[in-house]
Ligand binder design. Structure first.
Ligand SMILES: [Zn+2]
Length: 304
């Protein structure tokens, strides 16, 4: 009897020890680019769920209620911040009933902390539909910002999983090393095109443009989140012609009619880019994603 009892105890102990040893931190990332950077740091010690699909407009994500279940079990929620997710994430978090991932808790991480935010308006306002009231939230398009985000994620993983901190720190070092090496390559590739004037659909690319010295002259949208209007396009076309704008960079989920019309009037070339990791089959991790975009821009300019 006693031996049976002991066996049982040992078995229970073994099972709970095993599950503790192999329990992975559950991470939910609002967008796949944040998820991809978290994966670089956590690798097989974490389990990642991304809410937005890589080919979706990150401002207007189809937030299925099934994500509440994932958020309910999450140890960490990573969001981009600057109100990128304001239209779709809060109801999911509220429905998830998980105190661990509420603002102020260790399980809640705003990735934009410490980022040098561009286009910060003088007055915070969502008036007339402006979806960038706290400045531009598309900072992940600059690889140097991905390093900042990776450091935040590493610190948070260390806080919640002290045992594996060294592993996370080593992965961070490795990620930064690989990214820096590629950055030198990317800068060299785009060096001959410094100062090239571009127009974008939405204000998605200012961080990318700043990093690689392209000059954004305007956007097809009159304001972030507001569809192009005939009067705005009528003003944009002569400006693009007189400034010699070479490219119209658009996100892969945009309609093509307006950019193609503007291209036909100005001679600028339309370049379609994924804006999050996984938006193309060639972009399955963060570095290959930036690599793909740099190559697309270079090949469009090379064939000018
Ligand atoms: Zn935006």
């Amino acid at each position: 009897m006693i031996s049976k009892f002991l066996t049982c105890i040992i078995f229970v102990f073994a099972v709970s020890w095993a599950s503790a040893a192999y329990a992975k931190l559950n991470i939910v990332a609002s967008t796949p680019d944040l998820g991809a950077v978290a994966k670089e740091i956590g690798e097989d010690k974490i389990k990642i769920t991304n809410i937005a699909r890589p080919t979706e407009d990150p401002h207007f994500v189809d937030a299925r209620p099934s994500f509440m279940v994932k958020l309910n079990k999450a140890d960490i929620l990573i969001e981009g911040g600057l109100q990128l997710e304001i239209g779709w994430l809060p109801p999911l978090v509220m429905g998830a009933r998980n105190n661990k991932i509420l603002p102020g808790q260790p399980g809640y991480l705003t990735a934009s902390t410490g980022i040098n935010v561009l286009q910060v308006p003088q007055v915070v306002s969502r008036a007339m539909g402006d979806v960038h009231p706290y400045g531009n939230p598309h900072y992940m398009l600059d690889p140097l910002n991905a390093k900042i985000v990776a450091s935040h994620i590493c610190a948070r993983l260390c806080l919640l999983d002290k045992e594996n901190c060294k592993y996370y720190q080593d992965n961070l070092k490795d990620f930064i090393k690989r990214l820096d090496k590629k950055l030198t390559e990317w800068e060299k590739m785009l060096e001959p095109y410094q100062g090239t004037k571009i127009v974008t659909y939405h204000r998605t690319f200012p961080y990318f443009a700043q990093r690689f010295h392209l000059e954004v002259m305007g956007s097809l949208e009159p304001k972030p989140g507001i569809s192009p209007s005939p009067s705005h396009i009528n003003n944009l076309v002569p400006m693009m012609k007189s400034e010699g704008v070479k490219l119209i960079i658009i996100e892969d989920f945009r309609e093509r009619k307006t950019p193609e019309f503007v291209a036909s009037k100005t001679g600028a070339k339309v370049v379609v880019l994924p804006i999050m990791v996984g938006g193309r089959k060639e972009t399955d991790d963060y570095i290959s994603f930036v690599d793909y975009n740099v190559n697309q821009v270079v090949s469009a300019l090379k064939n000018e």
